[in-house]
Design a protein around this ligand. Structure first.
Ligand SMILES: CC(C)(COP(=O)(O)OP(=O)(O)OC[C@H]1O[C@@H](n2cnc3c(N)ncnc32)[C@H](O)[C@@H]1OP(=O)(O)O)[C@@H](O)C(=O)NCCC(=O)NCCS
Length: 177
């Protein structure tokens, strides 16, 4: 598996995860059961930790990093991602907190200290500035982001469907190893 130790801490990957050979996971990272990390993802848990929940997928080319502790920011900014989350292709997640059943659209950027509540849809290419809070049940789009509208029932349902689709896909990949 493409996991590397840093400061004597190695990534910890739960059962039934798919971690693509071309991804790089460094340092203090935990990944929950049935999650998947796709080609060319770079996740660096060096100056703080990264925690990814269960049944979450991190798609191709995404970058995950964190911010160190400092006198003005005693906890720094770890990166925390909940369960059943879809991180689309080429997203940048930096020192933020994501709840459960969230879709982060392709190419979105979520910056330090931002908090995304459960059941949020972030459109492709959205920029979430530092320390913003995204309210449960809404679609956000734009650069900088704007709260676009409440989620339709079908979109709300799709958040879990998307995560489930990726659990199935990673099972197919695991079966071919
Ligand atoms: C935002 C999104 C959910 C569509 O929402 P929607 O309300 O159905 O949007 P519509 O297609 O009806 O377009 C409504 C308006 O929003 C604009 N829009 C659509 N997607 C947008 C986006 N990501 N960012 C900014 N504006 C967007 C449209 O251009 C349109 O503008 P207009 O009214 O001026 O013509 C979708 O475009 C999106 O970004 N999905 C993310 C897909 C993804 O990345 N999946 C993960 C990879 S697997």
């Amino acid at each position: 598996m493409p996991v590397r130790e840093y400061n004597s801490i190695s990534p910890s990957v739960a059962e039934r995860c798919y971690i693509d050979e071309s991804s790089v996971l460094v340092g203090e990272i935990t990944i929950g059961a049935d999650s998947s990390v796709w080609p060319l993802v770079a996740a660096r848990g060096d100056v703080n930790y990264i925690k990814v929940g269960a049944r979450t997928n991190i798609q191709d080319g995404s970058v995950l990093h964190v911010t160190r502790k400092s006198s003005g920011n005693p906890d720094g900014n770890p990166l925390i991602i909940g369960d059943d989350v879809t991180i689309g292709h080429k997203c940048m997640l930096h020192g933020c907190t994501l709840g459960n059943r969230i879709l982060v659209g392709m190419g979105a950027i979520v910056m330090d200290g931002a908090v995304v509540e459960d059941d949020v849809f972030i459109g492709a290419g959205t920029l979430v500035p530092p320390n913003k809070r995204l309210e449960s049940g809404y679609l956000y789009v734009g650069n900088p982001m704007m709260k676009k509208r409440p989620l339709k029932e079908s979109e709300q349902a799709f958040l879990k469907i998307s995560a489930d689709n990726y659990v199935r896909l990673k099972d197919e990949y695991l079966a071919q190893i």
